[in-house]
Design a protein around this ligand. Structure first.
Ligand SMILES: Cc1cc2nc3c(=O)[nH]c(=O)nc-3n(C[C@H](O)[C@H](O)[C@H](O)COP(=O)(O)O)c2cc1C
Length: 377
């Protein structure tokens, strides 16, 4: 049996099993409990060479056309696990075997943080989204650094740094020092950094999405020695003027890329099926409701600043066509969480296989040729 045929056969069986057995069970259980169990199992599988080998054979899709060299880092494919799924860096060993090309761990904060009170995660099946109110729950920089320090990685690892979610970091200066402590703790870990300025669920809101405060934060980070690339994670609910203001600040500092984008706080978005929203739900919404808005930001950033910044596109990727569109609009890499929760882990291989087919269909030889192609005649 050829490898490609085995891959197709295996992913079809996995898709059926996920849709008809696992997902109905998972979607009847508490969302946070389910997420914790999946991370537990993923961590265990990651420790077993046999499990990793089996997953690699059955799930991962490889094709030379998907390889890219970006900011000196080699990506074997453009599909990554987005911030928030692997908050405590427990899945780094299993993800490459499932077929991911990279992951971003975190968001990590300087101090360990229990996050907001439960419940803090809800599903919106009809809207194909999640309401997320974790509030930056994570084990903290020291614990995550030491967990990562004992491992080697088969794919690039990004580290997302956020401000500890507590009243003590609400003032601008204490907030900056908290970012600095998180950044310094994680400095020797991973391949690139993300500065998350757009968590919608923390004490004091998102103060560093304000250009003046962001200017102060980035000036302070400029002074910390590192040779690794730095990305900014942007909010999705931005006007084009606000996005331009953000890019203008980035232009004055050591920033190499931008991640577009985070959860939406706009509950009135037309993609959100309103009867799913319950009064007790609070937080940002992921998934399909963020898809179009993130694509608009990607397209604008690519046209205005694509020569200066690497763009990572995220928000509502459920199919290879969705990922391909983000790349056509200007993203060099794409990442996701909600799509995998709704469709199953075999989605990652399916996305990569679909991307290879789509790029060849359109006469390209490699994925990097697709980046921004929607804007070329
Ligand atoms: C459960 C969950 C937790 C998240 N936590 C974080 C986080 O800690 N930091 C961050 O920058 N984004 C976080 N996000 C946002 C995602 O990284 C991503 O921007 C957003 O979910 C859109 O992608 P998706 O539609 O593929 O899920 C979280 C998302 C989810 C679903």
């Amino acid at each position: 049996m050829s490898n490609r045929f085995l891959f197709m056969f295996a992913t079809n069986i996995q898709r059926w099993g996920y849709q008809h057995v696992l997902k109905p069970f998972f979607f009847r259980c508490d969302p946070e409990w389910t997420h914790d169990q999946v991370c537990e199992v993923g961590e265990r599988f990651g420790r077993s060479r046999l499990a990793r080998g089996m997953a690699q054979k059955l799930c991962a899709f490889q094709d030379d056309s998907l390889h890219q060299e970006i900011l000196g880092i080699h990506f074997s494919n453009p599909i990554g696990l987005t911030e928030g799924f692997d908050k405590n860096a427990r899945l780094t060993q299993i993800l490459p075997s499932i077929g991911f090309g990279y992951e971003i761990v975190g968001s990590v904060t300087a101090q360990a943080c229990k996050g907001n009170a439960k419940p803090r995660l809800w599903r919106l099946p009809k809207s194909k989204g999640l309401v997320v109110y974790y509030g930056l729950m994570n084990d903290g920089g020291e614990a995550i650094r030491s967990r990562l320090s004992t491992k080697t990685f088969a794919m690039p690892i990004g580290i997302s740094i956020a401000k500890t979610n507590c009243p003590g970091t609400v003032e601008t200066q204490s907030g900056i020092e908290d970012y600095v402590q998180g950044f310094t703790t994680m400095r020797d870990t991973g391949d690139f950094f993300v500065i998350n300025i757009s968590c919608p669920n923390a004490f004091g809101g998102e103060p560093f999405s304000d250009p003046k405060r962001l200017e102060a934060l980035l000036s302070r980070l400029d002074g910390i020695e590192t040779s690794k690339p730095i990305f900014i994670k942007s909010a999705v609910d931005l006007t084009i003027e606000e996005l331009d203001a953000l890019i203008a600040v980035m232009d004055r500092h050591r920033v190499h890329g931008i991640i577009l984008s985070n959860l939406t706080k706009q509950y009135g978005r037309r993609e959100i099926v309103q009867d799913e929203i319950q009064p007790h739900m609070k937080g940002g919404i992921s998934g399909r409701p963020t898809y179009e808005a993130s694509n608009t930001l990607i397209a604008h950033t690519y046209l205005e600043a694509g020569d200066r910044y690497v763009i990572i596109g995220v928000g509502g990727v459920f199919t290879a066509e969705d990922a391909y569109e983000k790349i056509r609009q200007g993203a060099s890499l794409v990442q996701l969480a909600t799509g995998m929760i709704f469709e199953g882990p075999q989605l990652i291989g399916e996305l990569n296989r679909g991307l290879a087919q789509l790029l060849h269909r359109d006469g390209f030889n490699s994925i990097s040729e697709v980046v921004g192609s929607a804007h070329r005649s």
